[in-house]
Design a binder for this molecule. Structure first.
Ligand SMILES: Cc1ncc(COP(=O)(O)O)c(C=O)c1O
Length: 481
């Protein structure tokens, strides 16, 4: 995004790319949307894409690829073993992250499975700036628990703290001191902290975490899935880093950690994942599991075409004009909604615009999944598919009790280089209408609740006829579309 001033004085995000391949969209009428959300059990994950107008569910695997990525896919070497494609991707990781060892895996959670199997044991603890759903599931599956020690601002939905993804260093030190370093499987820092609104950590904070890990002899692992956004925010918001290039910031981050893993569906705009380390001992134990779960060491469950695209995509992540597109669009969306008095997470983070459902629908108790209800309501009145990030995503505790989430958010993801400003304006308009009519939105209850990661496949029903009434009111105000 270039800082180009408009004659009108208005500030808009300006794209430094143009679409060369496009996909046709359709906007089905309200009555079909109402039917579709019922068929999907009020879970936006279960909507069929033909019924969706703007898919803001996630950025995962749906970022736009560049022409250079597409071109690279044509020269992939699909040998089972020793593929030249692997060598190219390995070299890119070595060059960008400064880590000698690269292990391929089919996506981010596959890396989490391997890391957890090797490092997490019954009774051990993973300490993190904030958990992610699949990370926690793998830690728990291996008998461990997750301890979150973010700074207090992390859970304040509105704040002007530039780095709400920071770890609370005082609490981290006290926790390790109290429990003993033998109990800590690893400290995990998540870049662009997903579940609290795509909030970054600062380089200074990561260095502080490293010092504590060194003092206690504890491993430091980086979840770099949302690193692109975090890099942008460090460059923009961390005074000491403003003279550094994105490439230099990347290296400084990587030099502080023992292991880095990523979802290539997010970082690198392709589909896959990988683990990187300089530690020979760790490399050897992690490597053991790759052929077992992922595939041979030179593809790890990925298509070689995606690996070629990933190598180019990772390299393109070093271009500030590329990585600033999504955060700048998100910034625009959050600021416009805030001006209209609509509760959103601030400061604007990466990944998407996050609506604070606890305030938006403050009449719906957390036990009736307010964020899920709000995501369903938004779909009914707009065809926009967002994602619940609240109690439904949290799941139940060991005794089967509901664990109420710290935050109830509806995430409207803005995959990189995909949506236009008019798409964003349309979404803002429909959210505004919904906010005016928010009292019409009601709660939900489970009709089919999976035991693990229930947000993916769970089915719910409305606790009254609120969806029909909402749909009718929308039609009478704004028509069938
Ligand atoms: C921070 C973070 N870690 C891990 C993952 C898991 O990655 P994947 O979806 O590729 O399995 C995600 C996916 O959204 C993520 O956001």
């Amino acid at each position: 995004m270039k800082e180009s001033k408009l004659f009108s004085g208005q500030r808009i995000p300006l794209e430094m790319h143009k679409p060369k391949i496009v996909q046709k969209l359709s906007l089905v009428p309200t009555e079909r949307r109402l039917q579709a959300i019922k068929e999907a059990g009020f879970n936006t994950f279960l909507l069929k894409n033909g019924d969706v107008f703007l898919d803001m569910l996630t950025d995962s695997g749906v970022n736009a690829m560049s022409d250079r990525q597409q071109a690279a896919m044509m020269v992939a070497d699909d040998s089972y073993a020793g593929s030249r494609t692997f060598t190219r991707l390995e070299r890119t990781c070595q060059d960008l992250f400064g880590m000698q060892h690269f292990l391929p895996a089919h996506q981010g959670r596959a890396c989490e499975n391997i890391l957890s199997q090797v490092l997490v044991h019954p009774g051990s603890v993973v300490v993190t700036n904030y958990h992610f759903t699949t990370t926690k599931a793998h830690v728990v599956l291996n008998g461990g628990t997750v301890e979150e020690l973010p700074i207090a601002e992390a859970l304040q939905t509105t704040s002007d703290h530039p780095f709400k993804g920071n770890m609370d260093l005082g609490r981290l030190k006290a926790f390790i001191g109290e429990h003993g370093s033998e109990k800590i499987a690893f400290v995990r820092m998540e870049a662009g902290t997903n579940l609290i609104g795509g909030q970054p950590f600062s380089l200074g904070n990561l260095a502080g975490v490293r010092d504590i890990c060194d003092a206690y002899g504890v491993l430091l692992v980086l979840d770099a899935s949302l690193l692109a956004d975090n890099l942008y925010f460090i460059k923009r918001r961390e005074v000491k880093c403003q003279g550094l290039s994105i490439r230099e910031i990347t290296r400084r981050i990587c030099d502080l950690v023992d292991v880095l893993y990523f979802s290539g569906r997010k970082l690198g705009c392709a589909r896959g994942g990988g683990l990187c380390t300089n530690r020979d001992d760790l490399f050897v134990s992690l490597r053991e599991l790759i052929p077992l779960y992922e595939g041979f060491l030179t593809y790890g469950g990925m298509s070689v075409r995606e690996m070629e695209a990933m190598a180019v995509g990772l390299e393109e992540t070093m271009d500030e004009d590329m990585i600033n597109q999504a955060p700048e669009f998100i910034d625009y969306m959050v600021n416009e909604l805030e001006k209209l008095g609509i509760p959103v997470v601030t400061p604007p983070g990466g990944l998407g615009c996050h609506i604070n459902a606890k305030e938006f629908v403050d009449h719906i108790p957390q036990s009736q999944y307010p964020a899920c209800a709000l995501a369903a309501a938004l779909y009914i009145v707009s065809g926009v598919r967002g994602m619940e990030r609240g109690t439904l995503s949290e799941g139940r505790d060991e005794e089967g009790n509901e664990s109420l989430a710290d935050l109830e958010l509806v995430r409207l993801a803005l995959p990189r280089r995909v949506y236009t400003l008019s798409h964003v304006k349309y979404t803002i308009d429909r959210i505004t209408w919904l906010y005016e009519h928010r009292q019409m939105i009601g709660g939900l209850t489970f009709v089919d609740e999976p035991k693990t990661l229930r947000f993916f496949l769970g089915r719910l029903d409305a606790l009254s006829d609120w969806p029909e009434r909402l749909g009718k009111k929308f039609e009478s105000d704004l028509g069938r579309i």
